[in-house]
Design a protein around this ligand. Structure first.
Ligand SMILES: Cc1ncc(COP(=O)(O)O)c(C=O)c1O
Length: 391
């Protein structure tokens, strides 16, 4: 059989760092170990039943068996606009300021392709969600990393960015509540971002994947709630985490019309639109009671409290995340992130993601996903205690 070479474009794609963690974890499971897997970001709870029922009913409607309209159902876009009004008091025109996406990941990877020419520059948080780099590679664009430091509450310090990088930059990714650090953004930070963007003509993409998850009574801010945001950027919102619908692949972009129009144009050439029944279920999720979101938030907050308090009790000095379902923990002295992650898997069969997989400034940390039952989190604390490596 003839072996075809992959294109240079594919060869430019970054390595999927977490593939190696998954295979290490699986090898321990195959050997029969009871691994507590805190290394991944897959919501463990089911999709609320009213959304599943809506899919079941919609799947039976012949109308949904046809190609759905290019750019999606009008009533879904109207529901998205109403959801943003209800949740954030943001006004959106459903036709020109909303684009339906096949999951947030697709939108995040499409945007650099939609807006950049080869060699143009994107500002990216470090540590950060690795898929931003995939879109940048596919657009043949360049990356400037913005360090997220604990002393600055994991917000980038724009004063640290070189002037020539700001001049070159065309696009910037931000993500709050943040994966992997669990930090949330302030209104002042978003306002500073908008002013910087206007000054240097940088389009801002705010990834709001964890928008529904904020703790201690702090409701995460939508970027679009801050004045001027729609002039300079878009927000990507996914149903994956808010409604435990990660497998359903449904999300949307909202905000700046020219960006929305570029996404729609690009998608016209790749897809028709999402399966109509999925769109109907997304409509149900956004328009019916949002009590399920508050319940989910409470569940993660309870897990966070149990886990973080447990770690503090055994002497691991950690800070509690303010949002998202991740905890970002400093590794004890004497280990790199990778060494510590390997050590935990080998000794107590707990998987945590090494922070270095999220970028250079992730070194010295591990990321924990609070995506397992309270009892398992408690057991993880008990197992960690047996190591006697914390003061
Ligand atoms: C920061 C961040 N952005 C975007 C996504 C993509 O989510 P989805 O493609 O399921 O919408 C994830 C998923 O883990 C994420 O952590």
């Amino acid at each position: 059989m003839k072996k075809y070479d992959q294109s240079q474009l594919l060869k430019n794609l970054p390595e999927q760092f977490f593939a190696s963690l998954v295979s290490k974890v699986n090898s321990y499971i195959e050997k029969g170990y009871d691994v507590i897997n805190l290394g991944q970001g897959n919501p463990d709870q089911p999709t609320p039943s009213h959304i599943i029922k809506s899919l079941q009913m919609a799947a039976e409607q012949p109308e949904n068996h046809k190609y759905s309209p290019f750019r999606g159902y009008k009533h879904l876009k109207e529901a998205i606009s109403e959801f943003y009004k209800k949740e954030y008091d943001v006004d959106l025109d459903p036709e020109s300021e909303v684009a339906i996406l096949f999951g947030g990941k697709a939108g995040l990877v499409e945007i650099p392709i939609c807006l950049l020419n080869p060699g143009e520059t994107v500002m990216v948080p470090d540590p950060g969600y690795p898929d931003y780099l995939s879109g940048i590679a596919l657009a043949n664009a360049e990356t400037v990393f913005m360090p997220l430091r604990e002393e600055n509450n994991f917000l980038p310090n724009y004063k640290e960015v070189r002037k020539e990088d700001l001049e070159k930059a065309k696009l910037m990714f931000l993500n709050y509540p943040n994966n992997p650090t669990g930090a949330i953004a302030t209104k002042e930070f978003f306002a500073e971002t908008i002013s910087l963007s206007k000054q240097h003509d940088i389009c801002v993409v705010h990834d709001f994947a964890y928008g529904a998850i904020g703790f201690d009574g702090k409701r995460p801010l939508s970027f679009l709630q801050v004045e001027g945001a729609k002039d300079i950027g878009v927000e990507i919102y996914t149903l994956s985490k808010t409604f435990n619908m990660a497998g359903w692949r449904v999300a949307f972009a909202v905000g700046n019309r020219s960006v929305i129009s570029a996404i729609n144009l690009y998608q016209d050439h790749l897809y028709v639109s999402l399966f109509g029944a999925i769109q109907e279920a997304a409509y149900t999720a956004l328009t019916e009671s949002l009590e399920c979101i508050r319940d989910m938030n409470q569940l993660y907050e309870q897990r966070r409290n149990i886990f973080i308090n447990g770690l503090k009790k055994i002497g691991w000095e950690v800070n509690a995340p303010e949002g998202s379902f991740f905890a970002w923990l400093k590794v004890p002295d004497g280990f790199t992130s990778q060494e510590f992650s390997d050590y935990l898997l080998e000794t107590v069969h707990i998987a945590m993601a090494p922070g270095s997989g999220f970028g250079t400034f992730g070194e010295g940390y591990v990321r924990v996903g609070l995506l397992t039952e309270e009892e398992r989190l408690q057991e993880a604390v008990e197992r960690l205690k047996t190591l006697s490596i914390f003061k």
